[in-house]
Design a protein around this ligand. Structure first.
Ligand code: ADP
Ligand code: 5GP
Length: 207
């Protein structure tokens, strides 16, 4: 039996500053065609960010309207701001058989697992130590001191939930971590949805 390509999900989580963006950029050319889900957020735009590229930046009122209209696959309050994944483009990409990559927090991972668990591979990306995370957040120099302190506090909390993920990638050496993530992304494409498995079992028995 030939199993057609089906859409699958790769969830990347990890503290802000763990290196999720750096890693996905590094492996982008090596993992085949994929769709990176652009989240919607109410947080302020950082220097170097572009609306519609890094996030869809909206007001709190606009975000709450989208919640009301049931437009999100999942959403969460992170660091006091709303972040959410719009359902429509994800559905579209999945129906085209793409690998859909999410950069979402631990709450988002739980929600995606509940809704799309059979086609989802989840990866927690961690810096090697908390002090290295602090160093990287300062080096990135995009956040104020109180934001950095808040991100560190959140990181301590998020790290307690690594066991909820399929894989842990420790981003110490960027090249090594990128190679591991590349292998995971390639393997994520091999996930088969439950309905396909059921029809395979059915036809296997009937033949
Ligand atoms: P995230 O997307 O998880 O918030 P970034 O990719 O923006 O994290 O990385 C945070 C900062 O750390 C950036 O300045 C990035 O260049 C740096 N960085 C990422 N990975 C490494 C690494 N392995 N070694 C050193 N610096 C890194
Ligand atoms: P940042 O402000 O650094 O871009 O992101 C802060 C946190 O929000 C990160 O942990 C990131 O993974 C998470 N995040 C970004 N988009 C979404 C989303 O659509 N849903 C959820 N649940 N979390 C998100």
């Amino acid at each position: 039996m030939i199993v057609e390509n089906n859409g699958v999900v790769l969830v990347l989580s990890g503290p802000s500053g763990a290196g999720k963006s750096s890693l996905i950029n590094k492996i982008a050319d090596d993992i085949g065609e994929y769709y990176f889900s652009i989240s919607t957020t109410t947080r302020a735009m950082r220097e170097g960010e572009e609306d519609g590229v890094h996030y869809h930046f909206v007001t709190k009122e606009e975000f709450e309207k989208e919640i009301e209209n049931d437009n999100f696959l999942e959403y969460a309050l992170v660091h006091g701001n709303y972040y959410g994944t719009s359902l429509l483009p994800v559905k579209q990409a999945l129906s085209e058989g793409k690998l859909v990559v999410f950069d979402i927090d631990v709450q988002g991972n739980t929600a995606v697992k509940n809704r799309l668990g059979d086609i989802t591979t989840s990866v927690f990306i961690s810096p090697p130590t908390l002090s290295e995370l602090e160093r990287r957040l300062r080096a990135r120099s995009t956040d104020d001191e109180d934001v950095i302190q808040n991100r560190m506090k959140m990181a301590r909390r998020e790290i307690q939930r690594i066991a909820e993920y399929d894989f842990l990638v420790i981003n110490d050496d960027l090249d090594v971590a990128a190679e591991v993530l590349k292998q995971i992304a390639i393997t994520a494409r091999l996930k088969i949805p439950n309905d396909r498995i059921n029809s395979f079992v059915q036809s296997w028995e009937d033949m």
